[in-house]
Design a protein around this ligand. Sequence first.
Ligand SMILES: Cc1cc2nc3c(=O)[nH]c(=O)nc-3n(C[C@H](O)[C@H](O)[C@H](O)COP(=O)(O)OP(=O)(O)OC[C@H]3O[C@@H](n4cnc5c(N)ncnc54)[C@H](O)[C@@H]3O)c2cc1C
Length: 534
Amino acid sequence: MSADFDVIVIGAGMSGMYQLHRLRDLGLRVRVFEAGDGVGGTWYWNRYPGARFDSESWTYGYSFSEEILAEWQWSEHFAAQPETLRYCNFVADKLDLRRDIEFGCRIAAAVYDEPAGEWDVTSQDGQRARARFLITAIGPLSAPTMPVIPGVGTFRGEAYHTARWPHEPVSFSGKRVGVIGTGATAVQAITEIAKTVGHLTVFQRTPNWCAPLHNSPIDAVTQARIKATYAETFARCRQSFGCFIHDADPRKALEVSAEEREAFFEQRYREPGFGIWMGNFRDVLVSEEANATITEFMRRKIRQRVKDVHLAEKLIPTNHGFGTRRVPLESGYYEVYNQPNVRLVDLRETPIERITESGVDTRGGHHPLDMLIYATGFDAVTGAFDRIDIRGRAGRRLRDKWADGPRTFLGLQVEGFPNLFTLVGPHNAATFCNIPRCIEQNVDWVTTLIAHMRERGHSRVEPTPAAEQEWLQHVHETGRRMLFTRVDSWMMGINTNVAGKQTRTFIVYAGGAPKYREKCDEVAAAGYAGFVFG
Ligand SMILES: Cc1cc2nc3c(=O)[nH]c(=O)nc-3n(C[C@H](O)[C@H](O)[C@H](O)COP(=O)(O)OP(=O)(O)OC[C@H]3O[C@@H](n4cnc5c(N)ncnc54)[C@H](O)[C@@H]3O)c2cc1C
């Protein structure tokens, strides 16, 4: 039996959409299966109040199409989710993508049929399809997690996970709302909800170091400049470590005087976006001493902004330095705690004991609520893989292969799983990136490899065990000097709400996008060294 398709892509977010477009250009028969009812991935699912970019909008959109760049206008420097979802739909219309996407279809299993050399894919409702190539575009932050707390599910009021937010408007007015979590999503949601809420209770386990976003509308003059300088902007992104317009300052933190350092931090704190994280002194994320200087600066900022001195101390992280976990960007987050109708519950002092029908019981007492919001994040990077039963040669499960941490070649292929490509997968630079910039690199590279195989009549590609081992060593080497590898976070594979994810394993790539691109290009230039074709 010949396969139904040449390529099956799972997921129709920014990765899957672009991958579909590129493969169609090769004249391949492609089918995309998407669990949601529309395109956009992250921007389809995360409709919670306050959801918006931390990337500058005009650096985030696709760069490959002059037409899309010319026609699309971002209204703000950091667009809110509805606008980004409109953008994804605009691209889908422009490229006529939907005719090859099956929506409302969650893939449950993908099994490699070795004799046929095909992937056999099964959806949750039993639908099946086959293809020579399988490309996962399932997202680094797409598998939401609920907290492991007794009584979850018993609450009788309104309850929402931020990544499964309803499509209808939700009102907070006059209501007692509780938010569990204080990560990047929670920081955005709390700030927005606080504007209209009756009473807000924030349940905080681990505070994060948050920095100002400084969003603003894009005026006509700036719009024209953005459009005229897209090529320069994308070139600048290509050269920076994380493909942002921000890149590290060439100086070390302790090389300059205390006054100069303070002035520099102030300047970064006043500027929009991730400059304070990605554009700081070049050693603040690798040297404890350098990191202590920015951490102290950020500590002072929190103390200045939160009026109640005891509350300010609760909001100051004590278990990690600035920038060693994902930095939430905020627009008035700390000032929320100056409102009389907002209460912070420090779960380190009074842990949650259970969720009840009427609210949350902590060791300090009962918190009656009308609405409970789980801002408890994602089973990051490998989570979406774990939710599909992926089996390669000889029935080997990907989940088992990755039980002690992911193993890949270039973060794009896995030994034992021929013709499977993992866009934005573990150990891929895209996990630590202004992601669409890395998505375009991932997709272009995979597309070129598939074209290469067609030209030479190859039907099968798989990395060698040696290439995979070498990549693993390189990935761990890139992480060794980074301070974030000494801290529990999703980047280190930790999720206390997921069984088996309590031990640190490095799941991202910390060598920077330019280095990663160089490595991928070297492999291709050497005739795909490290891969075996059949
Ligand atoms: C709230 C939020 C804000 C963010 N802000 C930024 C930002 O400012 N800058 C930045 O660079 N990145 C940001 N990100 C990261 C964001 O995920 C990426 O930028 C990008 O959207 C990833 O695109 P993707 O297509 O790879 O994955 P996703 O957008 O996650 O899409 C994956 C798709 O795969 C589908 N899928 C998964 N599993 C299955 C299955 N088994 N069967 C069928 N379909 C499946 C999902 O439904 C989803 O639609 C943010 C993430 C979140 C959650």
